[in-house]
Design a protein around this ligand. Sequence first.
Ligand code: B4P
Length: 335
Amino acid sequence: MVHSQIISALPSSFEKARTAGDLLFFPSEVHEHEDCGVKFEIRLCPALLHKPNIPTPHFDAASIEAAAATKKPDPFAPPYNSTLYVSEFKDEDEGIEYAILLNKYSVVPNHFLMVTKDYQSQASPLVPSDLKHAYSILLAARKAGQHFFAFYNCGDQSGASQSHKHLQFIPVEEEDGPPLERVARAAHIESEYKPFALPSLPFANHVRRLSISPSASADELEHKLASAFMELLDLCISTVRLAEDHPAGMPSYNVVLTLQHLYVLPRRWETHVLSATGDKLSINALGFAGMLLVKSHEELEAVRLEGPAAILRAVGCQSVHELQVNDGPAVDDSV
Ligand code: B4P
């Protein structure tokens, strides 16, 4: 019930926040570019050049403590801006409280966030309750005839700009989700119950097909999503440990969740320097879902020239899926 109320409250909340000036909407246009079998959507949004640039936070304990000491405001801690606030709820099993907030810097209408009310780190993995509620929101949207997917930018190199745990939800026009989802749906896989990789993509990608009945109980939903996530996270950690030039520290990764698939994409770097312009392009989970964001025509041309898949390979990891499938996840605990 709470999940469907979120979906039904979105349009009026969005208009109210925009009219009040608390939500900034940046118009954009989408350019398609096919690469490695993916119909990438490159969104050109020149207005974002005027958005204040939030530096990527560091997620180690010392940096978080230092940020707290400077009393830098945390936009995802209560009290919330009343026009960006949509609702809140509590997971009765885990006792975790969540708030639903509209994205203050919106490129797509009705883009919203599910944040933990208590401070949790954006470098921490998703927990079963996060996954269950995220999926339930996607399900509620589908019941209302709308299509959303969820994403999570986890860690220093993931493209996250806020250190307080937040999952994001963005609407898509097509029933078959973001561009990456169309590739996953078309994939012939060996088993519905095992992780797989999309071999046409030049970067490491770990995917699980979710065979979840819309009438599944909350417990069943939580169990299936949590075990799928743990399997993918194990593979992601194994991929990172096998990567030759991976930065030291906790692994960073992006998560994409649709009604049919869960994806974990390991990361090496947050940004890619475009060879044609020298500009730094920040990539988050949306980039791996097949939706890249550029702020000028020059950046658009530079992305087309270099190719979105090669850019994602540069900020992602090399796939070692074959090795993992043949030998089982190679986890070196000494690293
Ligand atoms: P993060 O996980 O930390 O970072 P992000 O999504 O990569 O966005 P970033 O902040 O780096 O912005 P960018 O210029 O790249 O998420 C933080 C989220 O909280 C963001 O959605 C942010 O806007 C939002 N937020 C920050 N302060 C807030 C506040 N006070 N109250 C409520 N929300 C707050 O990108 C600009 C925007 O475009 C972002 O919303 C981004 O998600 C979106 N975007 C990026 N690529 C896109 C694409 N291909 N298509 C559509 N939208 C895209």
